[in-house]
Design a protein around this ligand. Structure first.
Ligand SMILES: [Zn+2]
Length: 320
């Protein structure tokens, strides 16, 4: 492994994207957004500090503007969606390691019991008494719950996130029908951080960016709807005193945003936008509105992450 790390001496910036740091046991919502337990996250941060340069959000902006500033292999940490465990579990660990991370907040959810569509769908599938789920929209999908609840949740969610053109409200109605149950109106206990928590993290050097207001897939919205949603989130972040020039596209796959989205994000005042379809950033070739990020796998221990980063650095492609 040290040999591999020496061979792949390429200068590059790897930006990792997490969603939740928590135990997966007894989880009532979507487990696929829980990438690490607090222990695993702590181990990963320790490894990154030992092996690489871990850069803060403002240093990412510097590297984009002045690529010569990037000496070796740098890693940055980001979080999407603003879950409560980002504050309770990740924040203390980041502080312990002296790491400053960026957090992308969908402003409709912060400080509320609102549930995003993936958690509503996961929770409803976990509660249904039906053995088979037959989804009719946006495409016909049939899943047997005996094959595993988590696999069923993943399959149903993909019907929407991979659709070329789909309406989230119609999709949610179809899930209710398929499960014979109403979606949860809100979470039993708060799933997202509060504005006070976001402000405390911001004072401690963490950067808060926008992840839109509603977390809808921007590519499926009109130009005006995109602008309205992105501006609304910016206004709220400014009002709460935690605004930055950073933005992350919801879902972040190539199909989740368009050239129009990029233009609209710039118009709303964002200078750096993060995607989520894999890859690392090579100095001099970084598009500030398409900063690549590496998704995290659940149950990846620190040594597996170390191998993945070494291979990714060498091949310039996300190893897995
Ligand atoms: Zn998100």
């Amino acid at each position: 492994l040290p040999l591999l790390e020496r061979v792949g001496k390429r200068r590059a910036l790897a930006v990792l994207v997490y969603h939740r740091i928590a135990s997966r046991d007894g989880h009532a919502y979507d487990k696929d957004v829980v990438e690490a337990t607090p222990q695993q996250f702590d181990d990963q941060m320790r490894m990154l500090k030992k092996r690489h340069t871990v850069v803060a959000p403002d240093e990412i902006a510097d590297i984009v503007a002045k690529p010569e500033k990037l000496r070796g292999f740098a890693v940055a940490i980001t979080f999407d969606d603003g879950y409560r465990d980002n504050y309770t579990n990740a924040f203390p660990i980041l502080k312990d390691h002296g790491i400053r991370a960026a957090f992308f907040l969908p402003t409709h959810y912060i400080g509320s019991r609102n549930l995003p569509f993936w958690d509503q769908v996961a929770n409803t599938i976990r509660r249904t008494k039906r053995k088979t789920i037959e989804l009719t929209y946006p495409s016909p999908v049939r899943v047997e719950l005996s094959d595993g609840i988590d696999a069923a949740i993943r399959k149903v969610l993909r019907a929407y996130t991979r659709a070329e053109n789909a309406d989230v409200v119609r999709f949610l109605r179809a899930v209710e029908e398929a499960c014979g149950l109403a979606l949860p109106a809100e979470a039993d206990d708060r799933q997202f951080m509060t504005w006070d928590e976001a402000a405390e993290m911001s004072r401690a050097g963490m950067a808060m960016g926008s992840h839109t207001h509603s977390h809808r897939i921007l590519a499926l919205l009109s130009r005006d709807e995109q602008l309205e949603d992105i501006k609304r989130s910016r206004d709220i972040l400014v009002e709460k005193g935690v605004s930055t020039d950073f933005f992350a596209y919801p879902v972040g796959k190539k199909t989740a945003f368009s050239d129009t989205t990029i233009a609209v994000a710039k118009e709303a005042g964002y200078r750096f936008a993060f995607t989520n379809y894999g890859g690392i950033n090579e100095p001099g070739r970084i598009d500030p509105m398409d900063i690549r990020r590496l998704g995290m796998d659940f149950d990846e221990d620190a040594s597996q992450l170390r191998v993945r980063l070494a291979l990714t650095r060498m091949t310039r492609r996300q190893a897995w």
